[in-house]
Design a protein around this ligand. Sequence first.
Ligand SMILES: [Zn+2]
Length: 161
Amino acid sequence: MSDSVERADVREKLGPRFAKPDPGDPVTAPHYEALREHRILIQKCADCGLKRWLPTPVCRRCWSMNSLWTEISRDGVVHSWTRIHQAFWPATRDEVPYQVAIVEMLEGVRLLGTIPMSFRDQLETGLEVRAQFLDMTDGLTLLYFTPSTDTERLALREKKD
Ligand SMILES: [Zn+2]
């Protein structure tokens, strides 16, 4: 069996496990519950206040195991991005090509989300973006990002001043 056939076989077997996040995972459940209400919740250390994403049981700054969930804005800036042309997982076979960005939110945490291909000409590091919510048919809601409109950018700058 050639390497490529073997890898394709592994991808076929593992694919569905990586198709979507598991909203029932107790560590991330509050985040996915909030997404269904079109709000973004992230974890915050109850002792030192550090906001963090991905959620973890222990604060990396003060080692506290006490945490809360706090709502953040929908606004951020593209920190890094990539365009995917080959479907590594079978679940994304119909999605390629697609774009994924790491977005630094106003609050300092970095979230991962797609940016629709219709914005391919605008996508660059430093692009101001706003989170949008994609309601899937099975009750799962996912985040994606679109470039901020001029109105949103102005409102944001006024808020910052
Ligand atoms: Zn802490």
